[in-house]
Ligand binder design. Structure first.
Ligand code: ADP
Ligand code: MG
Ligand code: MG
Length: 252
C-alpha cells in the first residue's frame, strides 16, 4: 500500500496566491474526487503535485510514502509512481503514440529491464481493445489531430499501460459524449485495486456515476472546504456550489 499526503499546500502563480492551505490524504486502493467551480485551483493542485515549474510552492509538503517529493524533478516524480492526465494533453508530432508509451514505461524501469517489444505490443493491443481504440491510433503521432475525446481516451491508455501508483485525472470528462465517458470510466475502473489510487478532478457529478469515488472533496477559493462520500457529489449536482458556500458562510 502507498500513501499520498498533501499537507498545508500553498501555491502561487506569477505572484498570485492560488492554493491557500490544501490538506488531503489518500491511499492506494482508494478513489478520491475533487469537485469545485472553475478557477478555484484544481489544475493548479495537479500541476504543483507533478512539479510544473510555473507553479511555486510557497508552503507545505506533498509526501509520497512519507517522502517529500517537492524537491524532485518532474521525471523523478513520475518514476516514483505519480501520473497526471492533463486537462489539455499536448500534441507531439514526430513521436508515435506507441513509441511514446513504450518510452514512458521504460523510463520507469531499470535500464537493464526494458519491456520486450512482444510483451509491450500484446499489452497495448489488449488495452486498446478495452478502450475501443482502433489499432491505427498506436501508429499515429501523439495526440496530433486527435479529437478531444480521442485525446482523453489516449490519456487513459497511457495510464493503463504505465500503471502508476497514483493517477491524477484533471477533467478527464470534459468534452466527452456519453459513450466516450463510459469507455474512459471502464478503463479507470479496470485499474481499481490495492496498488492503484486516483484523484479525479471534475466540475460535474456525471462522471462520478460511472467511477464511484470513496471520498469527495469540495475545493473553493484554493482550499478544501468540505469532504464526504459520493452523496456529497449528488448534493452539489442538486444545489450547485452556492449551497455549500451559503452553508459554510464562505465569502468566495
Ligand atoms: P481550475 O482548474 O479549478 O479551474 P486553475 O488551477 O486552472 O483552476 O486556476 C486557478 C487560478 O489561477 C485562476 O484564477 C487562473 O486564472 C489562475 N491561473 C492558472 N494558471 C495560470 C497561469 N499560468 N498564469 C496566471 N494565472 C493562472
Ligand atoms: Mg478550469
Ligand atoms: Mg482546471
Amino acid at each position: 500500500m502507498s500513501t499520498l499526503e498533501i499537507k498545508d499546500l500553498h501555491v502561487s502563480i506569477e505572484g498570485k496566491n492560488i492554493l491557500k492551505g490544501v490538506n488531503l490524504t489518500m491511499k492506494t486502493g482508494e478513489i478520491h474526487a475533487i469537485m469545485g467551480p472553475n478557477g478555484t485551483g484544481k489544475s493548479t493542485l495537479s500541476e504543483a503535485i507533478m512539479g510544473h515549474p510555473a507553479y511555486k510552492v510557497t508552503k507545505g509538503e506533498v509526501l509520497l510514502n512519507g517522502e517529500n517529493i517537492l524537491d524532485l524533478p518532474v521525471d523523478e516524480r513520475a518514476r516514483a509512481g505519480l501520473f497526471l492526465a492533463m486537462q489539455y494533453p499536448a500534441e507531439i508530432p514526430g513521436v508515435t503514440n506507441a513509441e511514446f508509451i513504450r518510452g514512458a514505461i521504460n523510463a520507469r524501469r531499470p535500464e537493464d529491464d526494458a519491456i520486450s517489444i512482444k510483451n509491450f505490443l500484446k499489452q497495448l493491443d489488449e488495452t486498446m481493445s478495452v478502450l475501443d481504440m482502433t489499432e491505427e491510433m498506436a501508429d499515429r503521432y501523439l495526440n496530433e489531430g486527435f479529437s478531444g475525446g480521442e485525446k482523453k481516451r489516449n490519456e487513459i491508455l497511457q495510464l493503463m499501460m504505465i500503471k502508476p501508483k497514483f493517477a491524477i485525472l484533471d477533467e478527464i470528462d470534459s468534452g466527452l459524449d456519453i459513450d466516450a465517458l463510459k469507455v474512459v470510466s471502464r478503463g479507470v475502473n479496470k485499474m481499481r485495486g490495492p496498488e492503484f489510487g486516483s484523484l479525479i478532478i471534475t466540475h460535474y457529478q456525471r462522471l462520478l456515476n460511472y467511477i464511484v469515488p470513496d471520498v469527495v472533496h469540495v475545493m473553493m477559493g484554493g482550499r478544501i472546504v468540505e469532504q464526504g462520500g459520493p452523496e456529497l457529489a449528488k448534493r452539489l449536482e442538486d444545489e450547485g456550489y452556492a449551497g455549500i458556500r451559503d452553508e459554510l458562510g464562505l465569502d468566495i
